[in-house]
Design a protein around this ligand. Sequence first.
Ligand code: B12
Ligand code: SF4
Length: 498
Amino acid sequence: MRILLLSMPDSFEHMPSLAIRMPNGALTSLAGNVDAHHRVAVADLVLVQGRVRQTVTQLIRDHQPDLVGLSVMTFQRRTALSLIRLVRQLRPEACIVVGGYDPSLAPEAYTSSPDSAPDVIVRGEGEITFRELLRAIEAGRGGDGIAGLSYRSGDGFVQNPDRPVTGLASGDIKLPNRGARVLTGYTLIGRQIDVVETSRGCTFDCSFCSIIEMRGRNFHTYAFDRVLADIRDARDHGARAIFLVDDNITLNVRRFAELCRAIVAARLDDLEYTVQAMTSAIATHGATLAPLMRRAGFRYVFLGIENILDQDLAFLRATAKNRWRDEQGARVNATVQAISHLHRHKMYVVGGLIVGNPDDTRESIEANLAFARRYVDFPYIQHPTPYPRTPMTKDFRERSLIVEDDVAEYDGTTAVVRSEHLRPDEIEFLRWRAERWMKLRHLPVALVHSPRFGLRHGLSMLRHTFRGSTLRSLLRLEDERTAFERYRALRRAERETA
Ligand code: B12
Ligand code: SF4
């Protein structure tokens, strides 16, 4: 069969496509796990923002796919539905399949309107389900009996039982197929980037996180041989930077330390690594772990700080992962200790914080922003976003705090919920006003590290960071809220990518 797999083009505030265009790890993993006789093309549409419909039209013409698959996050739903309509029109005979977080957690959003409904929804992990689906189609069978599948039948959709998560140690999931990619231009500030998984899952249950609803609380790891082969394959395909996309690699610190050593021993330390980490693990083990990470080539560490105030951490159910025992044995917030370990070993901290929680006041938000200003290198501050089925969504709904139902706005930096004390636009304004300056502070570091990128795109990066602002607003000759409204209008326009 000829298969075309697409990831959505929409990106959000902290991932300006000018500087960051990452491949979607799901699609190449699916491509690596279908039977060998299929011809798969993978297209990450973030690489062609601004000419999405033309590109999809061309791809359909070139590849004449029998099946088109789309990978979708919640804030990309509108784009996905519009692309489904386009594909239907261009190639009515193709089977359309959707998968990823949004179709898995909100399948009903894909079945309600006949003109944009796919034929099949793959819920949860996709590799085995997708392989079985292709075999069933080739054999002329329906989707009956394939766990994790919802499929069109008559006027409705049949929902098969969920598929249990795959134990990764078994080797059932083969390496991704990066050769299937048909578009180019991946970048992390001028360096070609790729994504690699070393594990899947998490045993925590933060209320805002979609992972637990998607796959339950569990943690599965790939063998190091496979991980190193995957990194090598990414490098062979041109990558100079690797993002380890594990949900929570720091759940097993000893393994992570071993992985750092293995990367060095395999001479894969010439790449630059970025990883997401938990503050408690880094605070507790940083003295030994951070030097190993640095030696292996880690440069940016995304820390899930979430919030520095206890009441907010409790709401986010993120207290445990942000605690450590200090020298006196007291259980205190782990963030400062984690950051100091990383800084001591010359790594940069991308600080993930969530502001705008139900009881947040102007003061509590300002306290978090002041913390970010003081401690983190690059801010990744978001607003609580009611993604389908998360416990947080239930909380916000029960307190009637959700003010925006259009999920196209659920990109993390658009405030779509209010607090008991503040309107969403006030919450977003506070973040926007502070965050631009924090980003500006890190810009020289990024540009010195990537001078060619700096020369070509430094000015555009600056313009992007301050879009909506003018000299007058920066000099406070114009009300900052006017600049903020211009910024919001630009963001709204950016959302209309497809
Ligand atoms: C790496 C990552 C990123 C990276 C890279 C994104 C990229 N290019 O892929 C970065 C940092 C850029 C990022 C940003 C964001 N992310 Co993100 N990200 C992840 C993370 C940690 C891993 C994704 C991954 O590669 N997994 C490995 C692959 C193999 O697994 P997978 O994506 O789940 O795919 C499997 C199945 O879903 C399914 N599948 C997926 N697509 C398809 C398609 C078809 C046709 C089929 C059959 C099956 C299928 O099969 C796959 C293989 O088993 C996930 C959490 C997670 N566990 O997935 C969050 C996650 C996907 N991100 C999320 C969000 C919200 C965002 C942001 C909007 C805001 C934010 N929190 O930062 C931004 C916006 C991104 C943008 N486009 O601008 C949410 C999505 C929630 C939702 N309901 O939509 C998640 C789940 C995190 C969370 N904690 O809740 N993200
Ligand atoms: S620790 Fe991270 S991956 Fe685990 S539930 Fe919390 S936010 Fe999700």
